[in-house]
Design a protein around this ligand. Structure first.
Ligand SMILES: C[S@@+](CC[C@H](N)C(=O)[O-])C[C@H]1O[C@@H](n2cnc3c(N)ncnc32)[C@H](O)[C@@H]1O
Length: 273
């Protein structure tokens, strides 16, 4: 399993529950290779994964859309953007900066431009940057991104990425965010709580990754306590919810009985002071 494959899988999950995810463009990325992997993941890890990832997308879609409507546009800076498609669901007055590893960015840019030409995607102002978070410096990333931010305010998204990074890289990213943002700007972040490490479902996830390990693409298994977000002194926590609670709002028909039986991710929205 390579990290970019996880981006395809998540996008496919969103396409399975469009009414929950509100992502009506994710199905453009669907492909046979990814669809062949999904039944085994749902079977061996958790049947709820597709709904949970759709809930995560719904939460950030609502957050982004409210923020940019209130501010009459702005810039979405998506770190580890994978195949997320928020920019096409948001109004045209939102500019997007997509940041990911080179292979994802090259492929996404080419496909998006092609689908836009065909009229399958609405025209949007999108910039694409390839960066490896593990090797870049704060100055390097700031110097690349700052000149590209033409519309204030900014909303930075770090969705489905922290799990794959180590602590040092994660702290570096939050330093980058601080140099890029101004008062009132926001960060949306997702992570697992350390408590999940004791659950059977999380052990099954790690087992799945271990048994499908690709030696060329190693990644971490990071969990993060709530206190991490409280300690970022330049920001205040505006919103915190987990997927278990989101299911009660947006997926009532899917009976998710217990937090301990699902890969329950936590969503955080921070505002710069
Ligand atoms: C699970 S996907 C999530 C994609 C998207 N944010 C979403 O929620 O649909 C993780 C993404 O993080 C990117 N990523 C992981 N490690 C990275 C790194 N060191 N540098 C840049 N991107 C990275 C991967 O390439 C992948 O697109």
């Amino acid at each position: 399993m390579q990290v970019h494959e996880t981006a395809f899988i998540i996008s496919t999950y969103r396409s399975y529950h469009e009414e929950i995810s509100q992502d009506f463009y994710s199905k453009l990325w669907n492909n046979d290779a990814t669809e062949a992997l999904i039944p085994e993941i749902l079977e061996s890890v958790s049947q709820d994964e597709a709904v949970l990832h759709s809930l995560r997308n719904r939460f950030f879609y609502e957050q982004l859309s409210t923020f940019f409507k209130k501010n009459n546009g702005g810039t979405l800076i998506n770190f580890g953007s994978g195949f997320s498609m928020y920019q096409f669901a948001l109004d045209k007055n939102v500019t997007t900066i997509e940041i990911d590893k080179k292979d994802i960015i090259t492929y996404k840019k080419e496909k998006v431009e092609y689908w836009t030409k065909l009229g399958k995607l609405p025209d949007r102002d999108i910039q694409y940057i390839s960066i490896d978070f593990n090797t870049c410096s704060v100055e390097e990333v700031t110097n690349i991104i700052k000149p590209l931010v033409k519309k204030q305010p900014t909303f930075i998204l770090l969705e489905g990425v922290l799990f794959f990074l180590n602590k040092e890289t994660s702290l570096k990213l939050f330093r980058i965010f601080n140099t890029l943002q101004n008062k009132g700007d926001r960060i949306g972040s997702v992570s697992y709580l350390p408590e999940i490490e004791n659950t059977e479902v999380y052990k099954r996830l790690l087992h799945y990754f271990d048994s499908n390990n690709d030696t060329n693409d190693s990644f971490n298994h990071q969990t993060i306590p709530n206190s991490f977000y409280g300690k970022i002194k330049e920001y205040t926590l505006k919103n915190h919810i987990d997927e278990f609670e989101l299911a009660k709002i947006y997926a009532k028909e899917h009976s998710i009985i217990s937090k301990d039986h699902i890969l329950n991710e936590n969503m955080y929205v921070l505002e710069k002071l």
